[in-house]
Ligand binder design. Sequence first.
Ligand code: SF4
Ligand code: SF4
Length: 206
Amino acid sequence: MDASNYLNFIVRNIHTTIVATVDDEGLPVTAAIDMMDFDESGLYFLTAKGKGFYDRLKKRGVLALTGIKGNDTMSRVAVSIKGKAEEIGSDVLPRLLEKNPYMYDIYPTEESRKALTVFRIFEGSGEWFDLSRKPIERVSFSFGGKTAEPERYYITDACIGCETCGAFCPQNCIDFSNVPAVIKQEHCLHCGNCMQNCPVGAVERR
Ligand code: SF4
Ligand code: SF4
């Protein structure tokens, strides 16, 4: 899947996400925010200009969000994103309202909807984490003008092929068919066990 598939999943399958912004004291603040549309340049949501959420977005211009889908932990998919947020105003508001008509129940009159404004998340990077699969599935992606290099564990040329790390890996996601061994990144939990238990320090976190 490419980035648009993950953005589509957020909008269509998750929709309501938990968004973190930063307040004037540098502390994180969360809010439940619906992701209402997406295109190749990013994710779109709306808010009202009177909210503290709006002020925090305007002051900092960044956010992070997580959305989850599934009935219990072992059937859940989580998608997390961080990126820049810019106000693009009311020009695309009709498009967002058309795609999310429940907003007419929350802001029923044209006068009341004048408080609304649209933001776009761009230059974003994200991670798909699917616990319903065995082994787990993890995918990093980026969108809206950002090329992200995700945090990962790597096995370097210092590896001697002893396979010690394999006993500590909870997902059996280290391939020992060659030396150096190779971590199958799409199944890695990022637990760090391989790095902590390698006798020659061959594992790095980058
Ligand atoms: S424990 Fe270290 S040296 Fe041994 S296979 Fe794993 S990475 Fe290579
Ligand atoms: S970080 Fe954890 S899950 Fe990933 S390869 Fe190392 S031991 Fe396995």
